[in-house]
Each structure stands twice: as structure tokens, then as C-alpha cells.
Design a protein around this ligand. Structure first.
Ligand code: NA7
Length: 871
């Protein structure tokens, strides 16, 4: 890549040669400024194109009264220039818009960045010229710009959403948008003012507008949670945390969850007493920070924990607002706390105690039309001098697709994203070579301290361009596989949280017709940074780099495990636990039981009954889980996992409760004799005995005779499969279905899944060897009662649901059994659990990503029976 144009200072815009630059950066906000700085330092010819007439981006446009950042300014600031840390002092914890704008102007001046920016210039279209390997941009100034790389640094909340209210153009009075506020300001003195919208912009501006207006009417569609910002000078504890260690503090921010240093919470809100919880909530309320979202570790994942905090805040609203009816109208009730961006305010709720301020609930009385003099709702007419729209943005994607971007083979980005944005890392998108987004959809962006996320993206893009130049590459573009994989990962992360439950702009739900999907990456700034680094360290995994006569990049998907599964595996690895196979069977059992004692118990069921049944060689224990619904119930005979060596009828307790609760069927977990004390065929003999006993005692147990299925996990699923074959071959008892969770079906340990997943995913190949060796002699491995896949025929077996986990050594034998049964004419439902391991699916209330799989398992159980009453 050649450096053809490097003018660093003093060039008036007319002098700028905008043909054939290395890089064009659209936007001169926090992202664009830092990017221009880095590009220049690396010797690239780069220009910024900015629609406004000055730098500042969101802080240039959003000048409404009360506009402030909701991340503390010492955090929401650049780290790249250490001298800024000392030469700039923030006057308040949460600086005002003018102060943040001056800061950005100061940075632009200090680093002579204005010279590299064309102001009052809006990019209208961008087209990839494949023959020249260049982007051709056209601006509203009629300029054509050619560049090798094209970066949209246009911000996440920059394209205002239209108000979508009928008659909006009829109003003859003054109209303002919080997102496009007049630079000269607005004087509301003596005026009757309407504010429509109660997001952050409305909540910040309403108290200040109320100071001047003679009458203020707030039109609220959805109430928002807001907590008092308690603004003032930067607090001493914050100053102390940073003093003398700026660099370390910034590094901590980079590797934190949200881009602000802090210890992640260890406890669930449900693990502490009510008193302790209320003290913590009160402290978080007093602190005046969005960190209240992290007061416990499950606020954004567990509905019950979330509701406790939500109700705490509602009670605060009720205590502040005098009129109980107004207070209730201000209380959000139809989405979990935090799933719509919570606000920080200064006197918001108190404002509704003022005589001249009123609140209209648009849920009860929707606006029908704006009129020449005001507006009508379904019940009332209002007259105003001023209408202020605080109605928000077409977030995350709006500004990007507002430019007509055409990539390879004439594909338009707006078309490609018509069903929702697809990106790789939120940075790039397939079909659009050399095109980059700073804090694009699929990156942490708005769920993080933007300053930290911006710097990380800018550094990644700049380093990438340096790499391309050094390697003589002309283009870079992600692969379909990588983009698809990243999209799944972004969704996987969102789906274990409560975020998708709200109609928020995070979900694209605020813009009519916009596809509903979770737009930012919720996996954390730290996890995201690691993923981006891993991509580079693995030879630009998921990218294709091309240059004259050369190609580079590696195939693959950077994150394939479910996020909570990955977290658990990391935690287990860091604990350096002794492997089971290094212990005696007795010690391994004790170790397993100790680990089980620590886990969440699983849901309540109607009744749990412990008892004994006659095994093949003496009494054995069972545990019965009865649903809370009136019986009798269909029955599932369940066999626990543990490699025929470990476990008992109680060892899969949370899973059995969960299946009982979700399916409405009775689960009877029957124990069996374990190896090495009782080797094969003791376990299948006991399993058959359990089947016969439960069949004969169905009524006495509260079951429905004839409605009996078998289920199991791992070695237990092996026994379930074996008893199903036994029942088929011995004329009963009749089994109506088999639920096989990651079953052992064959003694062959030389499969692809053993090779791929034999280490590092919980169940290892050495452990399976240990299990097999304890269980039976090598010559018995091919016996169908040990390896049901080896049965001479699988025809005539009951319908089966087989769940296999992607990162399980046993995956392939589970798949093989499902396929072989299907080939033999058995009705088979195969559930491939993407991103899961052998051990993750039974982890109730630990592995949130497994809940939908267990739901499918419960539905499979229901499908085995004619009718099951659900709880
Ligand atoms: P937001 O948070 O999207 O808020 C917009 C508000 O406007 C919200 O209360 C909307 O209600 C309301 N709205 C939008 N359209 C209408 C119509 N047609 N009628 C009535 N009310 C409407 O935008 P902000 O500018 O306040 O804040 C954006 C982000 O900037 C903020 O989260 C911070 O991160 C900084 P709804 O909730 O859609 O029912």
C-alpha cells in the first residue's frame, strides 16, 4: 500500500486531494478522531469526512439541555495519549455535553486532526470497484473520493428516528429534536412545552426544561428505570483508584466486563438475605452509577433476581413522587430492569411533583395526531408553544445503511442486512472488502464504555491495515463461515440474558419494521477483546486476505462454545482439579458427590419419594419425582450418568427435577450396581429389573399403566438404550419412547469426536477408557448390552430422541446410533446441542444455554405419551 498523500497541517479543504487515499474515515466523533490520529502515525494517507461543521460526533449533535454521559468522564475518555490524563481535568463525575465536546475539540487541536477532516461533507454513496480494489465514495458536496479502505466511524446512536406520529408536520409552533438541538440553545421561558419520549434524552432534559417552561407536559409511552446520578466533583475514591497508576487503571478497563474497572460480582441476588440485599441495593442507588446493573451476578440473567432490584427501584419512584397515580405511571413493569438502557438523572422523578408539570400515559391515551396548535390523544386535546421530540435513534445500523453502500457484485449493504445486520466481530461484513465499522453491530459498543470499545476497534483496524501493507495484501474480507459463526455467538450470548425480553433499541424494536434481533455483543469487553486478538493470532482466522499472486488468512470460527460453557471450562481449567482417572473408584465417587453438593438444586417438584426396588441381585434404591399436577402421570424410568462407576439414583437430581417440572411426567431414577465392584452385565441386569418392577407397580407408584418411557444420560443413556432393546427382544414391557442424552453406544474410542474432543471439554478420552476398563473386559466391549450400536438389528425399537453435544467425545457414537435407528425404521428425533459438552446439558440453573435443550427434551418426553398435563 503506497502512501500517496500525507498532508498533515494547514491545508484548506479546497487544497485537499481526495483521490486515491489509503483510508477514508466517515465521522469525526470520538472514533473518527482517534482513528485519524493512528492512521497518520502509521503513515497512511487518510481523510475524515464529517457531516457536521466541527468535530465531536454525538457530542456535537446532542446539545439538548442536560445532555451528559452516563459513564463517568474519567472513564469515558481517551487512554491513547497519557498526557491527556493530567492536562485535562473533568469538572464533574458526569461531564456535560459542552465539556465533553471541548475535550474532543482539545484532542483534535492538540493532535492537529482538523486538517485531515472535510467538514460539512456527508457521504451519500460508496461503491466497491473490484477491478481497482478500491472504494469510490460520493459526497453531498459532489466530491468523488477513491480509497483503498473505507471505515464507518459513524456512531451507534447518530441517525435520529423519525417521530412516526401522524400530523407531525402540521404543528405551527417551535419543534425541536433532542438529537439535533440548535447550537444557539432554546429559551423555554413562559412557554407551554410538550416533551415526547422518556428515554435518556427525555429524562435528562425534562427537569431543565421544567425550570423554564410555564407548563410542561411529558408524553410517556414506556416508563424507564432511572437512578439519580448524584453528580458533583469526581469522587475521592475514584481519584484514588487512578492516582499514580493511570496506565494500569486503563489496562484494567480494557480487560473488564463493561470497560470500567471493577470486581465482577460473585453472588446471586438470591444467595443473600433480604436485609443484606437491601443494603447492597441501597448502596448502589446511592452510588449513582450504571454499575447498579452488576450489584449481583445474575441481575441480567435471572428474572427473580432482576425483579427484586426492579421492585426496589419502583419503591424509590413511589417514595419520591407525591401523587401515587403518577408514581405508578412512572414505574416500569413490562420489561426486566436493565434490558432497556437505564438512565441516570438529576431530579427527574422530583420534577413530577411540580405544579406545572404533568404526565400523560400514552399506553392508556395514545397520540392520535399532532395538530397545528398541539396534539390530540384518544381522550384529550392539548395546546403547546413548543414540541420537543426525544424519540431516539435508528440505533447501531441506521447511520451505516443510510449511506448507499454497494459491495462486491453490486450487493447493497441495506439489502444484505434487510433481515438484520450480519458482521464478523462487528467490524467487517462479507461481500464488502476493505470495509470496517467502528463499534458496529455484533461488538460490545453501547453495552460498554464506548471510549474503551472505540479505542480497541480503532487499534484493531489500524493494526490490520499495517499487517496488510507489510504483507503486500490489497484486500481483506471475512468468510461466510466466520460471519455466520460470529452471528450465532452474538445470539448465544444474548439468549442467556434477559435482554431479548424488552422492546428496546438494543433489539431494533423502537423502529417500525426493523428486524428484531439483539444488536450489540453482550459477552463483555474482555471476552470480545480476547476474541479479536485470537483471530489475529490464529493467522486472521475467518478472513481472506488477497494480494498480487497471494492469499492469506485461515478458515475457522473463533468462538464455537456456548458462552457459559466456555466460562465453566475456563474455570475448571484454572482450578487444576485432579482427573477422576487418577483416583480410586471410591475416591472418585466421594469427589463427585462433594462437587454435586455445591450445585443449585433445580426446581421444586410436586413430591419426591425415596424407596427401594428389587434389583437383579438384591434391593436397590430409587428416587421418584412426582409432578405438582394431579395424577396419575405417565412415567419415565431414568438411569443416571457416571460411566457405570460413579453416581446414584440421586446424582442427577437437578436434571430429574427439571425434566419432571418441564414435562409433567413422573421421573423414576433407579440405581444400579456399579463397577468395578459389580462389573458388566450387573448394570444392564439391574436396569432390566427396574423396568420390570416399574411396569408391574405403575399404578401403586401413581403412574399410568402402559405409559412408560426410558431415559438416561451418558452411561445411563446406554442402559436406557439397552433396556429398550431388551424389552423389544423379550416381548415387553412396552416402552413408548427413549430419551438418550449424550449416550454411550459403542466401545470404539477411535472416532473423530474422540480425536477432536478427547481433551479439554469435561469428559476426556482417558476418563472414558478408565470407565470402560472398570466396567468390563475388552472382549465384552462389542456385546450389544454394552455397545447397543452393535445390536444385530435396531428395527422395532420405540421412538427415540437422541441428544448429542458438539464438543463431546461421545458425539459421533450418539449420532451413529440415531442414524442407525432411523435407518432401521425407528422414529428418531436428533437434537445436536451446538456449543455444548458432555457435561453441560444436565447443569440446571448453571448452564443457562442448556435450558432450551432441556425444554426440547421435556417436549420429547411429552411426545412419547398420548396426553401429559403440564404444570
Ligand atoms: P431512546 O432511549 O430510544 O428513547 C426514546 C423515547 O421516545 C422512548 O421513551 C420511546 O418510547 C419514545 N418514543 C419513540 N417514538 C415515539 C412515538 N412515536 N410516540 C411516543 N413516544 C415515542 O432515545 P434517547 O435519545 O432518549 O436515548 C438514546 C440513548 O442515548 C440512551 O439509551 C443512552 O445510551 C444515550 P418507547 O420506549 O419506544 O416506547
Amino acid at each position: 500500500m503506497s502512501v500517496e498523500h500525507t498532508k498533515h497541517a494547514g491545508a484548506a479543504s479546497d487544497d485537499l486531494d481526495l483521490r486515491d487515499l489509503d483510508v477514508v474515515v466517515v465521522g469525526a466523533g470520538m472514533a473518527g478522531l482517534y482513528l485519524l490520529h493512528r492512521l497518520r502515525n502509521e503513515g497512511f494517507s487518510a481523510k475524515g469526512l464529517e457531516a457536521g461543521d466541527d468535530v465531536g460526533g454525538t457530542w456535537y449533535w446532542n446539545r439538548y439541555p442536560g445532555a451528559r454521559c452516563d459513564i463517568q468522564s474519567v472513564d469515558y475518555s481517551y487512554s491513547f495519549d497519557p498526557s491527556l490524563e493530567t492536562e485535562w481535568t473533568w469538572s464533574e463525575r458526569y461531564a456535560t455535553q459542552p465539556e465533553i465536546l471541548s475535550y474532543l475539540q482539545h484532542v483534535a487541536d492538540k493532535h492537529d486532526l482538523r486538517d485531515d477532516i472535510e467538514f460539512s461533507t456527508r457521504v451519500e454513496s460508496a461503491r466497491w470497484d473490484a477491478a481497482a480494489n478500491r472504494w469510490r465514495l460520493r459526497t453531498d458536496q459532489g466530491t468523488e473520493v477513491t480509497c483503498r479502505h473505507y471505515v464507518m466511524a459513524t456512531g451507534c446512536l447518530s441517525l435520529p428516528k423519525s417521530p412516526e406520529i401522524e400530523g407531525a408536520d402540521q404543528f405551527a409552533g417551535e419543534v425541536y429534536f433532542t438529537s439535533r438541538w440548535p447550537h444557539e440553545g432554546v429559551d423555554f421561558t413562559g412557554k407551554r412545552v410538550a416533551v415526547i419520549g422518556t428515554g435518556s434524552s427525555g429524562i435528562q432534559s425534562i427537569p431543565i426544561i421544567a425550570e423554564q417552561a410555564s407548563e410542561l407536559t411529558v408524553f410517556q409511552r414506556t416508563p424507564n428505570f432511572s437512578i439519580p446520578a448524584r453528580n458533583g466533583p469526581v469522587r475521592q475514591d475514584k481519584l484514588d483508584a487512578i492516582a499514580g497508576r493511570h496506565a494500569e487503571y486503563r489496562e484494567e478497563a480494557k480487560w473488564s466486563r463493561g470497560g470500567v474497572p471493577g470486581e465482577p460480582p460473585e453472588l446471586s441476588a438470591l444467595q443473600v438475605s433480604e436485609d443484606e440485599r437491601n443494603v447492597a441495593f441501597e448502596e448502589a442507588w446511592e452510588a449513582g452509577e450504571l454499575a447498579i446493573l452488576g450489584v449481583y451476578n445474575d441481575i441480567l440473567t435471572n428474572p427473580a433476581s432482576n425483579e427484586l432490584l426492579a421492585e426496589f427501584i419502583r419503591n424509590k419512584i413511589r417514595s419520591i413522587v407525591d401523587d401515587p397515580e403518577v408514581a405508578e405511571t412512572l414505574c416500569p413493569t413490562d420489561y426486566p430492569f436493565g434490558t432497556k438502557r437505564p438512565c441516570l438523572d438529576t431530579g427527574y422523578y422530583e420534577t413530577f411533583n411540580r405544579e406545572h408539570v404533568s404526565l400523560v400515559d400514552l399506553r392508556k391515551h395514545p397520540i392520535t395526531t399532532i395538530t397545528e396548535t398541539g396534539l390530540n390523544t384518544t381522550t384529550d386535546s392539548y395546546e403547546f408553544d413548543v414540541i420537543v421530540y426525544a424519540t431516539g435513534f435508528d440505533a447501531m445500523t441506521g447511520a451505516i445503511v443510510s449511506v448507499d453502500i454497494e459491495g462486491r457484485e453490486g450487493q447493497r449493504l441495506a439489502d444484505k442486512w434487510s433481515a438484520g445486520p450480519k458482521t464478523y466481530l462487528g467490524l467487517t461484513t462479507v461481500g464488502f472488502p476493505n470495509f470496517y465499522m467502528i463499534t458496529g453491530p455484533g461488538s460490545p459498543s453501547v453495552l460498554s464504555n464506548m471510549a474503551v470499545s472505540i479505542e480497541q476497534h480503532v487499534d484493531w483496524v489500524t493494526d490490520c491495515l499495517v499487517h496488510l501493507r507489510a504483507g503486500g495484501f490489497d484486500t481483506i474480507e471475512p468468510t461466510e463461515e466466520a460471519e455466520e459463526g460470529w452471528g450465532l455467538h452474538v445470539n448465544d450470548c444474548a439468549n442467556i440474558t434477559l435482554y431479548p425480553q424488552a422492546n428496546s433499541w438494543y433489539m431494533g424494536a423502537n423502529v417500525p419494521g426493523k428486524p428484531r434481533m439483539f444488536l450489540p455483543y453482550v459477552g463483555g469487553v474482555d471476552a470480545y477483546r480476547q476474541a479479536c486478538s485470537d483471530v489475529v493470532e490464529n493467522g486472521f482466522m475467518g478472513f481472506e486476505l488477497t494480494g498480487p499472486g497471494k492469499r492469506s488468512g485461515t478458515s475457522g470460527i473463533v468462538r464455537r462454545l456456548q458462552p457459559d460453557v466456555a466460562f465453566l471450562l475456563d474455570m475448571m481449567a484454572s482450578m487444576d482439579l485432579p482427573p477422576y482417572e487418577s483416583m480410586s473408584a471410591v475416591d472418585a465417587r466421594a469427589f463427585g458427590e462433594a462437587a454435586s453438593a455445591e450445585r443449585p438444586p433445580g426446581p421444586e417438584v410436586g413430591e419426591i419419594v425415596d424407596g427401594t426396588f428389587p434389583g437383579a441381585a438384591g434391593d436397590l434404591t430409587y428416587r421418584l419425582y412426582r409432578p405438582a399436577t394431579p395424577g396419575p402421570h405417565p412415567m419415565v424410568l431414568y438411569f443416571h450418568g457416571g460411566g457405570w462407576v460413579l453416581g446414584s439414583e440421586q446424582s442427577d437430581d437437578p436434571l430429574c427435577r427439571d425434566l419432571c417440572d418441564r414435562s409433567g411426567a413422573m421421573i423414576v431414577s433407579a440405581n444400579y450396581r456399579h463397577a468395578p465392584e459389580d462389573r458388566f452385565p450387573a448394570a444392564p441386569d439391574d436396569a432390566v429389573a427396574a423396568l420390570e418392577w416399574i411396569h408391574e407397580n405403575a399404578e401403586a407408584l401413581g403412574g399410568i399403566p402402559g405409559q412408560l418411557a426410558v431415559a438416561g444420560w451418558s452411561a445411563g443413556a446406554n442402559l436406557a438404550a439397552v433396556v429398550a432393546q431388551h424389552a423389544r427382544d423379550n416381548d415387553g414391557p412396552t416402552i413408548t419412547g427413549q430419551l438418550l442424552l449424550t449416550p454411550v453406544t459403542d466401545g470404539d474410542l477411535d472416532t473423530v469426536s474422540y480425536r477432536e474432543n478427547g481433551e479439554g471439554y469435561g469428559l476426556t478420552k482417558p476418563l472414558m477408557e478408565w470407565f470402560w476398563d472398570h466396567y468390563l473386559d475388552p472382549s465384552d466391549r462389542t456385546d450389544p448390552r454394552a455397545s447397543p450400536l452393535r445390536a444385530s438389528s435396531l428395527a422395532g425399537l420405540p421412538p427415540a430422541t437422541v441428544i448429542t453435544a458438539e464438543f463431546d467425545p461421545l458425539r459421533d457414537e450418539g449420532v451413529a446410533y440415531a442414524k442407525a435407528m432411523a435407518a432401521a425404521g425407528v422414529a428418531v428425533h436428533h437434537i445436536p446441542a451446538r456449543g455444548h459438552t458432555h457435561i453441560s446439558i444436565p447443569m440446571v440453573d448453571v448452564m443457562l444455554s442448556a435450558a432450551p435443550i432441556r425444554q426440547e427434551m421435556a417436549e420429547a418426553i411429552q411426545s412419547f405419551f398420548p396426553v401429559v398435563a403440564t404444570v
